[in-house]
Design a protein around this ligand. Structure first.
Ligand code: ZN
Ligand code: ZN
Length: 354
């Protein structure tokens, strides 16, 4: 079959690879319909290896040095492992990407997304930029009849936003700031609105992304390069600051800003993937009782997102900025995202061009 295989930085090849084996007893085989290119895939292309194991084989999957990328996907079940129940060949499904061991402290305490041996699909085990992919059945979600297939590829990033939103507790009636309006920022804006936030303020500098933020439901957008964002946020919150903020960039300066914009005892959720340490004065937390927490991937939020897309509460249309075939994934996918970052949100890839 054809697949997009990561061989190294700036070296992703669309090539012939063997078909996946028949699925193990608790796994299924999926024929992929659509798979989205994620920021983490782009990271592996531009600056990798980041998550892909190269020095030693992954303890659960044996992946080392090469990996079929792709974890934001939907498709149809084509083969069932011997023990799989509750699913049938032909079901349209999507799959949580957090392949986990099931036995470590975190897995046995309901925290499988931070499993000691986490094997993220498409980074630590072969993924869905391919015609077929095998995945564990315990990660599957059936999509309801009539569910748009393209939306199936957007469930995963929305689940990242939803998990971050749930970390912050009830947002009902609250003022929320989302720092960064890339894919995860936009998904977080949508999920915060769906969770009942009264006001969602986006901080963003790119004009295309500012417009997208408003399109997906942000109440207002402030550009920190054009105004004093902190002063503007205080001006619309009776001088207090926001109740909750989400940092969706992964930069030490915007993380500080995300903490600065919340009121005392407010909450800041860090969702971005950081590349370097910062010098932060922790007295800023002691003196204000602000709460700062991290949020990684998702823990069951696929179900919430599927329900909200199915009932029309979440509209994924503004998020999809490109639809391409697998053969074009480097030139019209990865390179397009590198060279035309401002105007893209999610490019989705089909292994079987129409
Ligand atoms: Zn992703
Ligand atoms: Zn585990």
């Amino acid at each position: 079959m054809r697949a997009a295989v990561w061989h190294g930085r700036h070296d992703i090849r669309v090539e012939d690879v063997p078909l996946p084996s028949d699925p193990p007893a608790d796994w299924v085989q999926i024929r992929v319909d659509w798979c989205g290119i994620c920021g983490s895939d782009l990271h592996e292309y531009v600056a990798g290896p980041v998550f892909i194991p190269v020095d030693a084989p992954h303890p659960m999957t044996g992946i080392q040095g090469q990996c079929i990328l792709g974890h934001e996907f939907c498709g149809e079940i084509t083969k069932l492992g011997a023990n799989v129940q509750g699913f049938a060949v032909g079901d349209l499904i999507t799959a949580d990407a957090c392949q986990h061991c099931g036995t470590c402290y975190y897995c046995t305490h309901g925290l499988y997304n931070i499993c000691e041996r986490l094997a993220f699909t498409g980074l630590m085990n072969n993924g869905a930029f391919a015609e077929w992919v095998n995945v564990p059945a315990n990660l599957l979600y059936k999509l309801p009849a009539g569910f748009p297939k393209e939306a199936g590829a957007l469930i995963e990033p929305l689940a990242v936003g939803m998990h971050a939103v749930k970390k912050a507790g009830s947002l009902h009636g609250q003022t929320v700031v989302v720092v960064g309006a890339g894919t995860i920022g936009l998904c977080t804006i949508m999920c915060a609105k769906a969770a009942g936030a009264a006001q969602v303020i986006a901080l963003e500098m790119s004009s295309a992304r500012k417009a997208k933020a408003l399109e997906v439901g942000a109440t207002r957008v402030f550009d920190p390069s054009e105004c004093d964002a902190l002063a503007e946020i205080r001006a619309v919150t009776q001088g207090l600051g926001a109740d909750v903020s989400f940092e969706c960039i992964g930069n030490k300066h915007t993380a500080k800003l995300a903490i600065d914009v919340i009121r005392k005892a407010g909450k800041c959720v860090l969702v971005g993937i950081f590349e370097e340490p910062s010098q932060f004065n922790f007295f800023d937390l002691v003196s204000t009782e602000k709460q700062v927490m991290g949020s990684l991937a998702y823990n069951g939020e696929f179900a919430d997102v599927i329900a909200l897309i199915a009932d029309g509460s979440l509209d994924i249309t503004p998020l999809v900025t490109g639809r391409i075939g697998l053969e074009d994934i480097v030139s019209r996918g990865f390179e397009e995202l590198v060279n035309n970052k401002e105007h893209n949100v999610k490019i989705i890839v089909s292994p079987s061009p129409a």
